[in-house]
Write a new protein. Structure first.
Length: 199
């Protein structure tokens, strides 16, 4: 039991590593929380610091989710990878190292899926970039990618074998992503949501 608690805490701390804040302050002398949406995720980093910084932060946020979800395998612990991954997502969204003001859970959620089911991650990533190419909205593309994860989990379950933990966790993560994007949804409907210019 102690080992499981330690792993969950470690997952939260990994998720709490503020990639956007670190990259912004160390390499650009900029606190991205003071610009754009104020979030520490990849989207605000793209808007504030550019493509190179945005990609770096996004990849780092994905990998911390992957590493966190892999902790049960690394330590041979009897706890589901996806449950551990949720704690990393919570850490990313409400990071203890950055005043509990983090990102919107997209990249780190993707990292959790990468650790557990790489094929789903690749499909979700493809949907994200297709949505981004068509709409130019990062927020909308993120939500579409989330919906594609739900569809994938349900379709694969109906064809092969139902992975109930995956379906539950995907529903939870996607619901959380939509909740974190509620302001973006309003802006999209009002046609005031910023579009990317680099794709």
């Amino acid at each position: 039991m102690t080992e499981i608690i330690v792993i969950l805490i470690l997952a939260y701390l990994l998720g709490s590593i503020p990639s956007g804040l670190i990259i912004g302050k160390v390499f650009y002398k900029t606190d991205i929380r003071e610009h754009g949406s104020g979030n520490l995720g990849g989207t605000n980093t793209f808007r504030t610091l550019g493509v190179k910084a945005g990609l770096t932060v996004t990849i780092a946020d994905i990998l911390k989710g992957t590493l966190a979800a892999s902790l049960p395998v690394i330590f041979s612990a009897d706890i589901h990878m996806l449950l551990v991954g949720i704690f990393a997502v919570i850490g990313h969204t409400y990071p203890i190292f950055a005043g509990f003001r983090g990102g919107k859970a997209v990249a780190t959620s993707g990292g959790v899926l990468l650790a557990y089911t790489p094929l789903m991650f690749l499909i979700v990533l493809m949907v994200f970039f297709l949505g981004l190419y068509i709409t130019k909205y990062v927020s909308l593309s993120s939500m579409l990618a989330g919906l594609s994860a739900i569809v994938y989990a349900v379709v694969i379950g109906s064809i092969r074998e139902w992975d109930i933990p995956l379906i539950i966790v995907v529903f939870v993560l996607v619901s959380f992503i939509f909740y974190r994007h509620r302001a973006n949804i309003k802006r999209i409907l009002n046609k005031t949501e910023p579009k990317i210019k680099w794709l």
